[in-house]
Design a binder for this molecule. Structure first.
Ligand code: ZN
Length: 352
């Protein structure tokens, strides 16, 4: 099998390079949202990554997987040419709203127009109990995804005008496939030639990172993973488990914090929140050690061009794309780095 990295292309202007007459498959990775954390800056969508696999004939569009569903995911998917009703599965790295709040919108839309199915798999961690007395539950999140619309009466009203819709509302279209995240990768989903594995990673309880393997290549989606050692002294801010998952992967997509947000940067950003993210330089080291060809930085804290991250002002002004590139280049990573913008994408092709 030969594999070809086509490279970073922006706003959907993808070029599929033909390498011969043999059947060709392709893997396309698109950032559907690059906002870091709960703030919003200049219309950026919340965290999410679309992974598509297919052939040249179908323009990589036989299997469509969405990893995290931040604010505005529906809009970005429509720009990427993927209607919500066509997603095969949704994967959640963790239950923070900046990674999940777009799902209610997505599922209501799917219920409205695609109640006849197919249902969508929601792959996520099983319920995680905290010693602080609460628990995080993806299954509960899914079960109640349409509750405000049921309570308002809208679901009943729309059912009255179209009885083919599912009576339970949007939740009835979700099939929860939860798993217990472990320190070793486990297969959590597959279809045809595409297989998805997951590994435990640290951020909040129940955080998981994913890897998609296809005949055209592989991609790891780290989410907000950080090191199990939650603050220095430690050898890196990145997750050892994500590094294990990323070994030999072609593309690493990862949430990124710039070192300027650290305790010495003068922003006042809370150190525990800084330390639970992976910083740009350490991500370069991880990508280099894993042998990845492409590092896609997303969920940027702070966003490029933003004078502040939420209430935390940057004393020396907004960061540029080069500030992120410079932070990565300190690692010696020689692959391609994408400083994430919404709809940035990378495509891999292979002939087999
Ligand atoms: Zn986040």
């Amino acid at each position: 099998m030969t594999r070809k990295l086509v490279g970073a292309v922006f706003f959907g202007a993808c070029l599929l390079v033909a390498t011969g007459a043999q059947a060709q498959s392709c893997l396309k990775v698109t950032l559907t949202g690059t906002q870091g954390g709960p703030p919003v800056f200049k219309g950026q969508a919340g965290a999410g990554t679309l992974v598509q696999f297919g052939s040249a004939e179908t323009k990589c569009n036989d299997i469509r997987l969405q990893f995290d569903t931040g604010r505005g995911t529906t809009q970005r998917l429509s720009q990427a040419g993927v209607p919500v009703g066509q997603l095969d599965a949704v994967f959640l790295t963790h239950l923070h709203s900046d990674h999940t709040e777009g799902l209610a919108d997505m599922m209501q839309l799917r219920w409205h127009f695609n109640s006849g199915g197919p249902k969508v798999d929601l792959v996520c961690s099983e319920e995680t109990k905290s010693p602080l007395g609460f628990s995080l539950s993806c299954a509960r999140f899914a079960k109640h995804i349409g509750d405000s619309l049921i309570q308002s009466g809208e679901i009943a009203q729309r059912l009255a005008e179209n009885k083919k819709r599912l009576p339970g509302g949007p939740a009835e279209l979700i099939v929860v496939k939860d798993f217990k995240p472990e320190d070793e990768a486990q297969k959590v989903w597959s279809k045809g030639d595409v297989s998805v594995s997951a590994i435990r990673s640290t951020h909040i309880a129940g955080h998981a990172s994913y890897r998609v393997d296809t005949p055209a290549g592989s991609v790891v989606i780290g989410g907000d993973a950080g090191n199990d050692m939650r603050k220095p002294p430690r050898k890196t801010s990145t997750s050892d488990q994500v590094e294990k998952l990323a070994a030999g992967a072609d593309i690493v997509v990862h949430s990124t914090i710039h070192p300027v947000m650290g305790p010495d940067g003068g922003t006042g950003f809370p150190p525990p929140i800084f330390f639970r993210q992976s910083n740009a330089t350490d991500l370069g080291h991880l990508a280099k050690r894993a042998g990845a060809k492409h590092l896609m930085l997303t969920h940027l804290i702070p966003p490029v061009g933003a004078p502040r991250q939420g209430p935390y002002k940057l004393p020396d002004g907004a960061l540029s794309e080069d500030d992120y590139r410079d932070a990565v280049s300190k690692s010696g990573f020689e692959g391609e780095t994408t400083v994430g913008q919404d709809l940035a994408s990378v495509m891999l092709t292979s002939s087999n």
